[in-house]
Design a protein around this ligand. Structure first.
Ligand SMILES: Cc1cc2nc3c(=O)[nH]c(=O)nc-3n(C[C@H](O)[C@H](O)[C@H](O)COP(=O)(O)OP(=O)(O)OC[C@H]3O[C@@H](n4cnc5c(N)ncnc54)[C@H](O)[C@@H]3O)c2cc1C
Length: 505
């Protein structure tokens, strides 16, 4: 059995990694409350793999060994839905608030491995490296994190045009042992408590950026890799009444590569701008991580919708028509998120790598619309909560002698007691208004690329010809008594506005 337990995962974190938090080097990430809280949430997910009730949902048996389903490339609809159910089970444990749970990067690495010939094109050993890395993940069940983005500095310039050539991470030299990389990568969510970091490019590189295009995976404790945590969003993760979502504060970090040696067997490709720009889509990593993302998102939408309904019901406002409309709107958004998952699975197709790949159009549709839907859900929760969201006492007040004298002022409608209502209001604020809640919103906007360019990519890749043919039919209505077969509708004439003129692969 190769699936690890939470205890095994936690034990592996004391490995001399270089993590910086609020001006201090952290000797032991498990001794830092914020990092430890995140690590224990991950440990719980590892333990779930052994839970008799969830083991079959989250993992699969292969001979004498058992592996996470996120490391199994789907071959048919049964596999795809089974993997979707595993994503859902993990997301349910974390309310969809942990974007980079271990199954996320597992899914990307599995897509890379299934597309080994893509990496072979640069050099056959890179395809072998990707395959071997996937095999090592199957054998060791490490927690993988990733970074793909370069520090902005100037987004108007490509990597090699930046004033400082060492800001975007690049290969500074090759040795017989491997490549040496220098510079920084963003945003390394959960890197401080991960076992490995997988670095790969997202589209946007230009000719001249060759040295900046590289994909690889290394242990987080690799010498020269410096992890700089962002400021924690939760002051004290043990205050679980005041900040009930603290266990899901997945710390983000900047990863600084200070002349880090990446051994050749961990290099997946380098020095190829075209491959770098195509990698995420061509390997279908975008499709498979996209399935993960929309399932996780829908689970979060369930939490937000539930909070909205609870707030309305506990304040008795659910009898007002405009509140009912808001609740219907929120529930409708949830249903659209769920429908997108079904569409991505139902329209899945076998990729050139032989894997059954979720349809990208519904994934991209939700990538664009889900942040807007989430934003509106947050607004509805805040409208329903009103000033009450900002008038709850601290959890220490609720445990003090003050509370019996004031608790009547915090009760809700329909017999909801004060503690229940205050906890609900705090949950609502944590999910929407706290620093934690605000990060969640920013995560939905940006977790897998810039939504503006992704929407443009949706247009560029969408088969709009059937839509244009529909327009042609509308422009040339059938006349009663005229033989329809005699009508000539120029559906494919180029340059006349009837065809999208876009190339579809
Ligand atoms: C909370 C959070 C967690 C994340 N976790 C991870 C992670 O674990 N691993 C990881 O690799 N990444 C992670 N990301 C990063 C994510 O991939 C990026 O935020 C996303 O790809 C957008 O890139 P950016 O942040 O650099 O924004 P930019 O690309 O700089 O975009 C910012 C704004 O500038 C505009 N813009 C910038 N450049 C252009 C251009 N060339 N053309 C047109 N418009 C442009 C955009 O439209 C946008 O409005 C995370 C992000 C967030 C917010």
């Amino acid at each position: 059995m190769t699936i690890r337990t939470g205890a095994e995962y936690l034990a592996g974190l004391r490995d001399g990694r270089e993590v910086w938090l609020a001006g201090r080097r952290v000797d032991d990430v498990l001794a830092e409350p914020v990092l430890a809280a995140a690590a224990h949430t991950i440990a719980r997910l590892y333990d779930q793999q052994h839970d008799p009730l969830l083991r079959e949902v989250l993992t699969y048996q292969d001979g004498a060994e058992r592996h996470p389903l996120s490391l199994a490339a789907p071959r048919d609809f049964r596999d795809l839905r089974r993997r979707g159910a595993a994503f859902r089970a993990t997301a349910e444990t974390t309310f969809g608030l942990l974007g980079r749970s271990p199954d996320f990067v597992n899914t990307a690495v599995t897509a890379f491995a299934s597309a080994a010939p893509f990496f072979d094109k640069a050099d056959p050993r890179f395809g072998r490296n990707v395959t071997a890395y996937h095999a090592a993940c199957l054998a060791g069940d490490p927690f993988l994190s990733h970074t793909a983005i370069n520090p902005p500095v100037s987004r108007a310039r490509s990597s090699h045009e930046q004033d400082d050539p060492d800001v975007h991470m690049r290969i500074v030299r090759e040795t017989s042992e491997g490549v040496v990389v220098r510079g920084a990568k963003l945003i390394g969510t959960l890197v401080p408590v991960a076992d490995e970091i997988v670095v790969f490019p997202l589209p946007g590189y230009r000719p001249g950026d060759e040295a900046y295009t590289v994909a690889f995976a290394i242990p987080v404790a690799t010498p020269g890799l410096r992890i700089v945590c962002r400021e924690p969003l939760v002051a004290d993760p043990s205050r679980l009444v005041s900040t009930p979502l603290a266990p899901y504060e997945e710390i983000d970090a900047t990863c600084v590569f200070d002349d880090v040696l990446v051994p050749w067997d961990r290099v997946f490709f380098h020095g190829d701008v075209d491959a770098a720009n195509r990698l995420y889509d061509a390997t279908t990593a975008r499709h498979h991580t996209g399935q993960h993302g929309i399932i996780r998102g829908a689970v979060k939408a369930e939490l937000l919708a539930g909070i909205a309904v609870s707030l309305a019901e506990m304040s008795g406002t659910n009898s007002f028509l405009h509140v009912k409309e808001m609740l219907g709107e929120v529930l409708g958004a949830l249903e659209l998120a769920r429908a997108g998952i079904l569409a991505a699975e139902a329209d899945a197709e076998v990729s050139e790598w032989g894997t059954l790949t979720p349809a990208i159009a519904p994934v991209l549709a939700l990538r664009y619309h889900f942040p807007r839907m989430t934003s509106r859900m947050i607004e509805v929760i805040q409208l329903l909560g009103g000033g009450s969201l900002l008038s709850t006492p601290a959890e220490e007040d609720m445990r003090s002698e003050l509370w019996p004298g004031i608790e009547r002022y915090f009760r809700g409608a329909n017999g909801v007691d004060a503690e229940q209502r205050v906890r609900m209001l705090k949950l609502a604020w944590d999910a929407t208004g706290s620093a934690f809640g605000q990060r969640q919103m920013q995560y939905e906007r940006y977790h897998s690329g810039d939504p503006v360019r992704l929407a443009a990519a949706q247009y560029a890749g969408y088969d709009t010809d059937p839509l244009l043919r529909t327009v042609q039919r509308a422009l040339h209505p059938e006349q009663p008594g005229v033989d329809a077969s005699a009508r000539v509708i120029p559906v494919d004439a180029p340059g006349d506005g009837h065809s999208s003129g876009k190339a579809h692969s």
